[in-house]
Structures are given as C-alpha cells and as structure tokens.
Design a protein around this ligand. Structure first.
Ligand code: BG6
Ligand code: MG
Length: 217
C-alpha cells in the first residue's frame, strides 16, 4: 500500500522547466555554446551550479569559480524575470483535483525540488501550504540523481520509502527516486524516462482509476 506521494516541482506541477531552459539557452548563446532542447534533458532536475557545469562542458569552456558564480547568478536573474509573471493560472491542469483525492484518501504529500526558488514558485502558484512537507534544497548535500532529497521527504513524513511514489519529469529525478527505493511515476515521454515504473504525459492523466491502481499496489 502507498502512503505518500512526493512531487518534483519544475515541469511536474507547472511549466517552469521551460523557463529554466530559456534562461540557460540565453546564457549559452552569450557564451557561444550551442545548447539544444535535447541537451537540456540532461540538465533537468540538476541543481544550478551542476547545470552550469554541464553547459560549460558542452562548449568545452573553462572558467574560474568567480566567473561561474556570476554566470549562475545572471541565469537566475533571467529565470526570475520569467517567474515574475506567474500566477495560480500556471498550475498544470489536474494538480488541485489530484491533491483533493490524495487528501481524501489520507495520503501524505511532500515536495522534493532541487530549486532554490521553489518557495517563491509555490507562492506564485498560490499553493504555499499544499504539501505536508517541503524539502529545503539549501540543506540537501547531494542533489539528484542522489536519492537524498526523496529520502529526506519520506523520513519527514514518517513513511517508509517503499510506501512512497515519487513523481518526476527529469531523468536525474527518476534515478533519484529509484535509488531511494520508491515507485517512480514519470511525467513526459517514455524514451526519456526509461528507469520510471510508469510514464504518463502529465499529472492530469492521473484519473480516479489510475490513482486507485497506484494506491493499492
Ligand atoms: C530543478 C530544475 O527543479 O531545479 C533544474 O529541474 C534547475 O532545471 C534546478 O536547475 C535548480 O533550480 P534553481 O531555481 O535553484 O536555479
Ligand atoms: Mg522537474
């Protein structure tokens, strides 16, 4: 039996995965690095500095730590400009009904986001208090694909990992969920999320029938 759902934020509950991509792409162009949507798949779920390192590797560009910190800050400023205009209308369809169903079934929920902007995005979406627990990425030592953030959520909820479902749109996130010993529900395309136990196109695909199936596994 499943007792908890642990959600990623960017790309699962709202379209901020696209904002991260646009902000990184702008930075890559400035550095003269070709950065495609396909390249971006590897960055999904990866923290800010880790993502920058991957882009620099792609362009075989070497920079000092100071320059890297400046570029990461610049990307974040650009990302925040995009987040600024967000509202509750940007919550993906089906999210609120799903949470109502989970609450009614006594299922606990947590947020496992690698983003240092997660609290702001939750506020913009009008859901600052939707979760039983929100992991603080500032206190996570090892980012996804390490399982730490998912295990931290399970522990805070008081639920054994094997009784948790992790919901992720990123390959690194799905790897983290599996490494935590949880059921991985992938959001997106099957070819990109090969390690997931089940892949669905969007949260809105979790209807009552699928939810019952997932909860009684
Ligand atoms: C993850 C995103 O949720 O957060 C990544 O999938 C992003 O693309 C990471 O790099 C860190 O986000 P932030 O907001 O702290 O730069
Ligand atoms: Mg994501």
């Amino acid at each position: 039996m499943i007792h908890a759902f642990i959600f990623d934020l960017d790309g699962v509950l709202t379209d901020t995965a696209e904002y991260h991509f646009l902000a990184w792409q702008q930075l890559a162009t400035q550095l003269g690095i070709n950065f495609s949507r396909e390249d971006n798949e590897l960055l999904k779920g990866v923290d800010r500095m880790g993502s920058l390192e991957l882009i620099l590797q792609l362009g075989k560009v070497q920079l000092s730590q100071d320059e890297k910190l400046k570029l990461a800050a610049q990307k974040n400023t650009q990302y925040l400009k995009l987040v600024e205009s967000m509202s509750s209308a940007d919550l993906f369809p089906g999210v609120l009904p799903l949470f109502s169903s989970l609450k009614a079934a006594g299922i606990k929920t947590a947020l496992a986001s690698a983003s240092k902007n997660a609290a702001l995005v939750l506020q913009k979406l009008g859901i600052p208090d939707l979760f039983d627990y929100v992991a603080d990425s500032n206190f996570i030592q090892n980012g996804k694909p390490d399982p730490e953030i998912f295990l931290t959520c399970a522990q805070a909820l008081g639920v054994a990992p094997e009784r948790c479902i992790g919901v992720e749109d990123a390959p690194a996130g799905v790897t983290a969920i599996k490494a935590a010993g949880m059921y991985a529900l992938g959001i997106g395309e099957e070819q990109a999320l090969t390690q997931a136990d089940l892949v669905i196109p969007a949260v809105s695909a979790i209807d009552q029938r699928l939810l019952t199936r997932l909860l009684t596994m």
